[in-house]
Design a protein around this ligand. Structure first.
Ligand SMILES: NC(=O)c1ccc[n+]([C@@H]2O[C@H](COP(=O)([O-])OP(=O)(O)OC[C@H]3O[C@@H](n4cnc5c(N)ncnc54)[C@H](OP(=O)(O)O)[C@@H]3O)[C@@H](O)[C@H]2O)c1
Length: 247
């Protein structure tokens, strides 16, 4: 194993959308080593090839991880440990919003990816974050749709959107994130919930520029700042690109 001096950032769901854009932005900095997580080897390899072809100063490798699958997470953690020995930051970005079938199925599938996945990722990668040579950071990419206070506000533009499965799974992620901040804060780690806001991506058919979604670059850029320590004073909070959201 070669000792890596760069900041090693693992991004789940890095093959598309905000996760991919985040990887690209991080790679403009030579001090970043991105581990691009993807559940699909094919999509992950294509994303890594795309990024490498840009000849950016940072370094990128692929890590196959399906966050809905405990075995896949455990295998990824072992793989990362043997190749890199540590990570310095984990961005729990992977999520699903469109899930079909009964309400029970929608809730179960959403919780598996959006809440249980990030919690199990942190459990599995905790020993590698403990070996960080910098300040360990965890960013849980959540959504304003998970804010209970916003849900109760009839004046919000999304008031008519039910999406109970997505909302409830992101509220659960927020609680998981707060629990992580309480657990790891005393060790000096920094933990955040981050809401990118309405952004172009593959999340749903509504995530299109022509419908008003902001460019993917805008949703991703604040995560770079968080990873660079610029928002460490907001440890444990529910961050918006600018400012914070109510729980
Ligand atoms: N875009 C928005 O307006 C918006 C607003 C608020 C919050 N967010 C949050 O932003 C984050 C990024 O979403 P996005 O908008 O960029 O959506 P996206 O384009 O759909 O990207 C989601 C990523 O998650 C991956 N993924 C899904 N299930 C997975 C699993 N079981 N294991 C591993 N990876 C999995 C997808 O991989 P595949 O390609 O294999 O499906 C894809 O790479 C999500 O947490 C989302 O909830 C987005």
């Amino acid at each position: 194993m070669v000792a890596i001096k760069q900041t090693i950032v693992l991004i789940t769901g890095g093959n598309g959308g905000i996760g991919f854009e985040l990887a690209a932005q991080l790679l403009s900095d030579a001090s970043k080593y991105v581990l691009l997580g993807s559940r699909s080897l094919e999509k992950g390899n294509a994303a890594v090839e795309n990024l490498r072809s840009r000849k950016l100063p940072g370094t990128v490798d692929l890590v196959q991880v399906d966050v809905a699958d405990e075995t896949s997470i455990a295998t990824a953690a072992k793989d990362v440990e043997s190749k890199y020995g540590r990570i310095d930051a984990l961005v729990n970005n992977a999520a699903v919003a469109v899930v079909h079938g009964s309400l029970a199925n929608q809730l179960n599938e959403s919780f598996k990816v959006n809440a249980t996945g990030p919690a199990v990722m942190v459990e599995a990668f905790e020993p590698l974050l403990k070996k960080s040579i910098f300040t360990p950071r965890i960013i849980n990419v959540t959504s304003g749709a998970g804010s209970i206070a916003i849900r109760l506000d009839a004046n919000t533009p999304t008031y008519s959107q039910k999406v109970v499965h997505y909302r409830a799974s992101k509220s659960a992620l927020n609680m998981i994130s707060v629990c992580q901040s309480v657990e790891y804060g005393p060790l000096g780690w920094k933990v955040f919930c981050y809401n990118p806001g309405y952004t172009v991506s593959n999340l749903s058919e509504l995530n299109k520029a022509e419908l008003g979604a902001q460019p993917t670059s805008k949703g991703a850029a604040p995560i770079v700042d968080i990873l660079d320590g610029k928002r460490d004073g907001e440890h444990g909070r529910f961050l918006n690109p600018v400012g914070q959201l109510p729980w």
